[in-house]
Design a binder for this molecule. Sequence first.
Ligand code: DX5
Ligand code: ZN
Length: 228
Amino acid sequence: MSFDRSIKIAPSILSADFANFGQEIQAIEAQGADWVHVDVMDGHFVPNLTFGPPAVKAFRPHVKTVMDVHLMISPVDAYIDAYADAGADYLTAHIEAGPHIHRTLQAIRGAGMKAGVALNPGTPADAIEHLLDLTDLVCVMTVNPGFGGQKFIDMTTKIRKLREMIGDRPVHIEIDGGVDPTTAPLVSAAGADVLVAGSAVFRGGSVDAPDVYGKNISTIRTAAESAL
Ligand code: DX5
Ligand code: ZN
């Protein structure tokens, strides 16, 4: 996986048909998704529950691009090997999920994955100052995690600050929550390169009408690129 800062659209399968993940993943990739974003929730760190390692492992053969696994769970460390075995390319943990994020990021890389750190809306950019060299991706939450379809919370000041802190390091800035054609240009202009979008990608489409996914993806991409 080579590093670049081009705009990447990562549909969140949280908004897909839960009875049909394999075909949904194939449909979004055929329609131009750059990465596939997989939201793992534990009903403890966030007030919602999705799926765990066996399901993520079952998604893997369908993902030809990049499997980007966002853990909204606490604790994290006991599950890192299971997500490596499931085939995650990026594994992202929340800085708020425990007292030892430094150790967690080391363990994720040690298990052979790219390490991501996610920041809730209330967490400042400075919180990752001492983690930048352990991190391949910073996920800036633009909603409080737990559910798709929530209203975008403006974090552009935080994104600009992170972009400055990251400098020349090969660290992606990912935005997660409420990304649509209206909000995408705000975050790309501030320095984000990976845009997660759930409801704005899956809205109106299905595996039987996948061209809608393609249209939604390209509209978000065009909006984001127009602000660069
Ligand atoms: C929120 C999840 C997001 C979510 C995004 O807790 O981490 O990935 O699915 O969904 P939308 O794009 O609908 O806000
Ligand atoms: Zn997510």
